[in-house]
Design a protein around this ligand. Structure first.
Ligand code: KIV
Length: 262
């Protein structure tokens, strides 16, 4: 049996130039598929709010909701590292709250690490959480929890700020950093400047790894698909067809037939 991916494994992968594959998941069947398909990290993202709960943004997601979904995903993951995403206001209120809530992901949900959004502004929080032995993945660039400050989900282009955020989260003890919605050339420079792995989403091919929201990749929504997403299938149409066929079969009394009866 293969063992679970660890933080040192990820550093080695960066050193060797091996790409790190990351996807989000929120439930047992998909987490199991990701794990079996060789995904290295399963992120239980607070994208839960938009993808699973149908909300307009991620801000209302609670700690209890994140713990519930992270525990289910961790139960399904034999090889992939599981990272729990710290929801809005679970780490910004105080260092104590941040450590307590990060700890819940490891104690109650069996995650290996946590992720939180922000650069230099949250460096002290990253440092405090990682000092108690909880690996922290940082997340800079387009940070969805800052939607109201950014005025929407906008590509972030301030190279000086992005580089300084990246260096500060690394110094604070982050073991990895998500680079979201930034120009590819800036992401390439940051990836070169850091010894910790960068995981890109809308940040081009030079990052040490890539992450996508699973439901975008599978085409499960009828909402706008961002430019950075590659949709590998259209599961919404496949599923809707199957459901429609079932409806038709029941209505027309073509299901159940003899073969489905005891
Ligand atoms: O919440 C999430 O799913 C994320 C990823 C898209 C990086 O933060």
């Amino acid at each position: 049996m293969k063992s679970q991916i660890t933080v040192p494994n990820l550093y080695k992968m960066k050193e060797k130039g091996e790409k790190i594959v990351v996807l989000t998941a929120y439930d047992y069947p998909f987490a199991k598929m990701l794990d079996e398909a060789g995904v290295h990290i399963i992120l239980v993202g607070d994208s839960l709010g938009t993808v699973i709960q149908g909300k307009a943004n991620t801000l209302s997601v609670s700690m209890d909701e994140m713990i519930y979904h992270t525990r289910i995903v961790a139960d399904a993951s034999k090889c992939a590292m599981v990272i729990g995403d710290m929801p809005f206001m679970s780490y910004q209120t105080s260092i104590e709250d941040a450590i307590f809530n990060a700890g819940r992901f490891l104690k109650e949900a069996n995650a290996t690490a946590v992720k939180l959004e922000g650069g230099a502004a949250v460096a002290k929080i990253i440092s405090a959480i990682s000092k108690v032995g909880i690996p922290v993945q940082a997340h800079i660039g387009l940070t969805p929890q800052y939607i109201h400050q950014m005025g929407g989900y906008k590509v972030q282009r301030d190279e000086e700020k992005l580089m300084s955020d990246a260096l500060e989260v690394q110094t604070a003890g982050a073991f990895s950093v998500v680079l979201e919605g930034i120009p590819s050339d800036i992401a390439a420079k940051i990836t070169k400047a850091l010894y910790i792995p960068t995981i890109g989403i809308g940040a081009g091919p030079s990052c040490d790894g890539q992450v996508l929201v699973l439901h975008d990749l599978l085409g499960m929504h009828d909402r706008h698909i961002p430019k950075f997403v590659k949709q590998y299938t259209n599961l919404r149409d496949v599923a809707k067809n199957a459901i429609k066929n079932y409806v038709d079969d029941v209505v027309s009394q073509n299901f159940p037939t003899k073969e489905h009866c005891y």
